[in-house]
Design a protein around this ligand. Sequence first.
Ligand SMILES: C[S@@+](CC[C@H](N)C(=O)[O-])C[C@H]1O[C@@H](n2cnc3c(N)ncnc32)[C@H](O)[C@@H]1O
Length: 304
Amino acid sequence: MQPSSTTVGDLIADVADRFAAGNLYYGHGTDNAEDEAAWLVFSVAGLSWGAGPAVYREAVSGSDRERIDALAARRIHERRPLAYLLNEAWFAGLKFYVDERVLVPRSPIAELIHERFEPWVRPDSVHRILDLGTGSGCIAIAAATAFDDAKVDAVDISADALAVAAINVDAHELGSRVETIESDLFDALGNSRYDLIIANPPYVDADDMMARAEEFRHEPSLGLASGKDGLDATRRILQQASRFLNDDGILVCEVGNSQPALEAAYPDVPFIWLTFEHGGAGVFVLNKHNLEELCQATASDKTS
Ligand SMILES: C[S@@+](CC[C@H](N)C(=O)[O-])C[C@H]1O[C@@H](n2cnc3c(N)ncnc32)[C@H](O)[C@@H]1O
């Protein structure tokens, strides 16, 4: 029970203690109990992340405290990601609506979007972007924000996910430049060509799916699982991407923990593995030429 005038700082410390005692798994927007508690308190109390340190001495209203208390209890007992309890997630500095129809945004690709994919592309030459496996639409929307005259196709096989993406496209007022498309990877894209294909496909292998923490079981497995070695979707992307790239175009694709399996499966492909200042790994870049060579090598393997 909190005293009658609890401050923001005290409440964050109290919730963080409860989270720490609950042995929660983090990884859906934060990576520790304190940040998760601060997110909950700031969100419910309607506080701005830009507010100075004085905000920690402000009192939290009784009704906000009750709501925070109830959500903290659900976070602990249900092991449900906080993003779903709050229906909000942050990606590339932008706010997104999320619910259980989509994965909680967390891709390190946010950092690349912030850098406008330099030095891998010349930003002023990027006019058409494809976001493959768009989920909440976070990558498509952040990319459209970073490349302010580009058109972005946001593709997903899940109509449920696309309904969430559409909410976010509307909220960010990007309906004129971001189109949501229901498609099994490239299947519905006809003759479209892109300067940049960004893919965060499902890539969790069967062992990791079995062992995943309770928090990940609230997420749609369609967004996570990709066959025994986690590479079913990525193999198809590698085979098809070159046909959808303009001559100077690139593919940026995340495979996370399946990086070693991918390198073992394609030992001759010159993947460039990117490094990140703010954490994350398992994201590669290939250009159209690399992808064409990969297709030729696969075709000649089949005929020999
Ligand atoms: C790892 S989630 C990425 C979501 C979002 N881009 C993000 O970064 O948070 C993968 C997404 O790919 C979608 N997906 C799975 N298989 C697909 C397929 N064959 N074609 C298109 N999308 C697919 C899932 O529905 C899911 O939304």
